[in-house]
Design a protein. Structure first.
Length: 318
């Protein structure tokens, strides 16, 4: 999945005036898009329902419309992997192992793991996204790939209590979850003993930054409150993958920090194997200060001090 807008915690949790560019995560992304503050949801149920409408509206756009260039669909169908080399190295061989991808969106990452030999299942709350994932599986001839429509909170029931060797998630997934303790409980329930949880996300540091014009050109500065509680609620035009798309959608997302992720896992029976940070990111939140580093990844341009942009975490269920 991919990311979210971020705004200041007032009554409506908004940081910006209407129709100014905001950061957008997929877990989590910034793009030059038009956003305005939305009324806060009555509860998490309303927030998740509106998020579902948003993601449903973008699935076809990302898989077959103007968002395909961002997702590099043609290159991927021709054999390019959506996986970073460090993901493959850090996870080790997945050949013959059962892998569940939580919040899989249109399935490009999921099916990239199938190409590595895993027996894959993808889960997402968007029926439209799952339909696109199933279509891609058919195009690629990956007949044993399975895709399931479900919220993360309902995943244990939706998968009939099945246990997996690996759970894979991230790249803008965590910011769409209101309760990381619940997420960690679900992951623990879906993993076999000694099973692996692996994720890649943008760092909390990135999530706290914005860009401004300085005396020597664009510069990053700390702006956003990672201790904000409650959803960040906005109405946006377009998609992070296609800013010109003629859609308007309401989104609600939640901040995360290293402690909220790690403590949730520790309290639900996981051992943290490692956490590695990198100076590359799976999107370009501020094009004026980012440049491509490899397919599907970007880093800060020369002249900017490198900072941790993304991290990977692997944990084992005890």
């Amino acid at each position: 999945m991919v990311g979210r807008p971020s705004t200041l915690p007032l009554v409506n949790f908004g940081k910006r005036n209407a129709f100014q560019p905001v950061r957008f995560h997929r877990g989590c992304r910034r793009e030059v898009m038009a956003w305005r503050t939305a009324p806060p949801p009555a509860d998490n149920e309303e927030a998740i329902s509106e998020n579902l409408e948003s993601w449903d509206s973008m699935a076809h756009l990302h898989a077959q419309g103007s968002g395909t260039e961002f997702y590099r669909i043609d290159q991927w169908l021709a054999g390019e992997s959506k996986l970073a080399p460090w993901e493959i190295e850090e996870m080790g061989s997945v050949g013959g192992k059962s892998l569940l991808h939580l919040q899989c969106h249109i399935g490009t990452d999921t099916l990239s793991w199938a190409r590595e030999g895993a027996k894959v299942s993808g889960l997402d709350f968007s029926p439209n996204a799952i339909a696109e994932a199933e279509r891609f599986a058919g195009i690629l001839g990956i007949d044993d790939a399975r895709f399931v429509v479900s919220r993360v909170s309902d995943a244990v029931e939706a998968l009939a209590g099945e246990e997996f060797d690996i759970i894979y998630t991230g790249r803008g997934a965590l910011c769409w979850l209101p309760d990381l303790d619940e997420w960690a409980q679900v992951c623990a329930s879906l993993l076999k003993q000694d099973g692996m949880l692996y994720l890649e996300e943008s760092t909390p540091m990135v999530n706290s930054l914005d860009v401004e014009e300085g005396p020597d050109g664009p510069r990053l500065f700390t702006k956003y409150d990672l201790f904000n509680v409650g959803p960040i609620s906005e109405i946006g035009e377009g998609s992070y993958a296609s800013t010109e798309a003629d859609i308007e959608r309401t989104t609600h997302c939640w901040e995360y920090r290293y402690d909220t992720i790690i403590n949730a896992l520790l309290e639900n029976g996981f051992r943290i194997d490692f956490l590695n940070e990198r100076d590359e990111l799976f999107f370009a939140p501020w094009p004026e200060v980012f440049e491509p580093s490899r397919p599907n990844y970007w880093r800060l341009k020369e002249g900017h001090v490198p900072i941790p942009l993304s991290f990977t975490l692997r944990a084992t269920k005890l």
